[in-house]
Design a protein around this ligand. Structure first.
Ligand SMILES: Nc1ncnc2c1ncn2[C@@H]1O[C@H](COP(=O)(O)OP(=O)(O)OP(=O)(O)O)[C@@H](O)[C@H]1O
Ligand SMILES: Nc1nc2c(c(=O)[nH]1)N=C(CO)CN2
Length: 199
């Protein structure tokens, strides 16, 4: 029998399949935390562009963005410009290496040149943690091996996720306090500028 009743479509069977596929998507979402840094060019525009590009990524939803921090460059050649740093907390169905590839592609899109270790850069996208995953693959070390000693990472991370824990190291708040707080490494929160999330 045919019917013109709009509530008869989709059929109960179709609906069940769709709900199943939505469930699968929800269950495969993982929490990841990404650090952004820039000390060349228009630093704020670049960080905002990186946030927009991440937000545009299929299978990725941004949950929180930190304040912008202006930070003295750590390591690398002397006399580098100060960085802007920020941290983004997200949920994603992308596996860790796909998230890394996406981060590298966003770096490339903003003219990132890789020559000098810890040299100045338009954009750095580092994965700090991915749902408690531990990886010793040099292409993707998880959690990021230097994040626990970097106030330019911990201060914005704490800002975006106050209850954050760094797998294997403990609460981010305690790690930052152990470094002497944000000020100790020349990390200053900029109250006059901010990053926004696309509607
Ligand atoms: N957790 C991670 N996030 C991003 N890149 C990583 C990670 N673990 C390993 N890598 C690898 O590190 C390589 C060098 O990355 P990059 O040049 O951005 O390092 P860096 O940001 O200058 O230094 P650092 O690693 O100390 O932050 C990349 O090719 C990447 O594959
Ligand atoms: N202040 C600051 N210093 C750095 C940064 C950074 O993002 N901010 N990134 C580095 C390599 O990832 C090396 N040094």
């Amino acid at each position: 029998m045919t019917t013109s009743d709009p509530t008869a479509s989709p059929s109960a069977f179709d609906l069940e399949q769709r709900v199943d596929s939505v469930d699968t998507t929800l269950h495969s979402q993982r929490c990841a935390v990404i650090a952004l840094g820039s000390n060349l060019g228009n630093r704020l525009d670049t960080l905002q562009g990186a946030v927009d590009a991440l937000a545009d990524t299929p299978g990725l939803k941004i949950k929180a963005v930190s304040a912008v921090y202006e930070t003295d460059a750590v390591g690398g050649p002397a006399e580098q410009p100060a960085y802007y740093n920020a941290v983004v907390v997200l949920r994603t169905s992308l596996p860790p290496h796909d998230l890394l590839d996406r981060g590298n592609a966003i770096e490339d899109a903003f003219g990132r040149v890789r020559d000098v270790r810890w040299g100045p850069r338009t954009l750095d996208v580092d994965i700090l943690s991915y749902e408690g995953v531990v990886s010793e693959d040099p292409r993707l070390l998880l959690p990021h091996p230097r994040s626990h000693e970097r106030a330019f990472v911990l201060a914005p991370w704490l800002d975006a996720q106050p209850e954050a824990e760094l797998p294997g190291h403990g609460p981010v708040a305690a790690l930052l306090a152990a470094l002497g707080g944000a000020d100790a490494q020349g990390v200053r929160r900029r109250e006059d500028i901010r990053l926004t999330l696309p509607e």
